[in-house]
Ligand binder design. Structure first.
Ligand code: GN1
Ligand code: MG
Length: 366
């Protein structure tokens, strides 16, 4: 008989030597790749303590032990330099590892649960600004960290140029005959192919400072204090790797400035909100602008466009090749996601001048 999730989680808890008894668990649903659970344990005195257990998707992360090595290095660096700040705490097995394989060979890790809130959608300018500040601070915290010690957990993760090449290879092959459903989307991406891939080409040519970047700067990867709504800690360090700072900025505004969800089926609801953009820039640029070089500053807005097209291309590629990478909730989900991201990218193009003025204005203050 297949083990129930409860039994699996209980066994994982034992492997990581969590004290007490597993009392309840919840599935944490945000995240398109890994499976995440909140575990609540009851100790002998009746006290409750929570943990987060994650099963890593090893189709996406081919070498999960390397991820854990990266995370260990990055969190140790931050903890040593900024001991007063909240950091992620991973549990260890009896043989001192911060990961374990279960009976089915799945890869697990366990960390302390931080009592907090996250925002999938955020309308409050102060919270948006605080999100920018959190990602800006994260960038600063890793400014003196040697990125060459990190494993490249997903090679060419944000190499937009290569992502687009792969998409068009799959379009040419059309393995499932799904191109017909996505003609307009394929044409649009094709029309912006050069423009979207340009920054990643510059990066590959060495024209950009190489920084240690987060690479998945969605607002729900920042944990906030429930009461004050101040940022506590940046999470989801699976894709921390050397990269372009402007892509972290671009990915963050792609997510937080969307007036709708990332997979909104009604594209008429999808806009890029310039007020939210201003709020995010305030927080982010306030934290990092002194360390940004001119090419980075002028590439902030183009990066928002590039990363949005890149994600659209990734969703579309997954759709055309059978939905094997991103979790989908219904058939066609990846195509819906693609359309939503393309609507957003088109609105970014429309508002490009205004967005650049906002950046210039905030950079020139002080
Ligand atoms: C994936 O699983 P999650 O939500 O942390 C993806 C990101 C995408 C994001 C889109 C390793 O992140 O690159 O931007 O979905 N992560 C990976 O929602 O591919
Ligand atoms: Mg992620």
């Amino acid at each position: 008989m297949e083990q129930s999730t409860f039994d699996t989680l209980q066994a994982i808890g034992e492997t990581f030597r969590l004290p007490g008894k597993l009392y309840a668990f919840d599935t944490i649903k945000n995240g398109n790749i890994n499976s995440t659970y909140k575990l609540t344990y009851r100790d002998e005195g009746g006290g409750l303590k929570s943990y987060v257990a994650q099963k890593i998707n090893t189709f996406v992360f081919k070498n999960p032990e390397e991820i854990m090595e990266n995370i260990d290095r990055v969190t140790t660096h931050i903890r040593e330099r900024y001991p007063q700040e909240q950091s992620l705490h991973f549990h260890h097995t009896a043989d001192g590892k911060n990961f374990a394989y279960d009976a089915d060979g799945s890869f697990w890790r366990v960390m302390n649960y931080v009592d907090s809130v996250t925002f999938d959608v955020c309308d409050d300018p102060a919270t948006i600004s605080a999100t920018g500040e959190a990602f800006g601070r994260f960038q600063n915290q890793l400014a003196d960290f040697d990125g060459s010690v990190l494993h490249e957990t997903i090679p060419d993760f944000h190499n937009t140029h290569k992502r687009l090449d792969r998409l068009f290879d799959d379009v040419a092959a059309d393995p499932l005959g799904r191109n017909a459903e996505a003609q307009a989307e394929i044409e649009y991406i094709s029309s912006v192919r050069y423009r979207a891939g340009h920054l990643s080409e510059l990066y590959a040519n060495g024209d950009f400072p190489v920084r240690v970047t987060h690479n998945d700067t969605k607002s729900n990867n920042v944990l906030f204090d429930r009461v004050t709504h101040r940022p506590l800690v940046v999470i989801d360090l699976d894709t921390v790797m050397p990269g372009m700072s402007v892509y972290d900025f671009g990915d963050a505004v792609r997510f937080i400035c969307n007036t709708a969800a990332e997979d909104e089926p009604n594209v008429r609801k999808v806009y890029f909100d310039t007020s939210k953009f201003r709020a995010f820039c305030y927080g982010y640029l306030g934290a990092v602008k002194r360390s940004l070089t001119p090419i980075e500053i002028e590439s902030l807005v183009p990066a928002a466009f590039s990363i949005t097209i890149e994600l659209a291309a990734r969703f579309l590629d997954d759709y055309l090749t059978g939905d094997t990478y991103f979790k989908v909730n219904y058939p066609g989900h990846n195509l819906v996601r693609t359309r939503c991201q393309l609507a957003l990218a088109k609105d970014i193009v429309k508002k490009e001048d205004e967005l650049k003025w906002i950046v210039e204005e905030i950079v020139s203050e002080h």
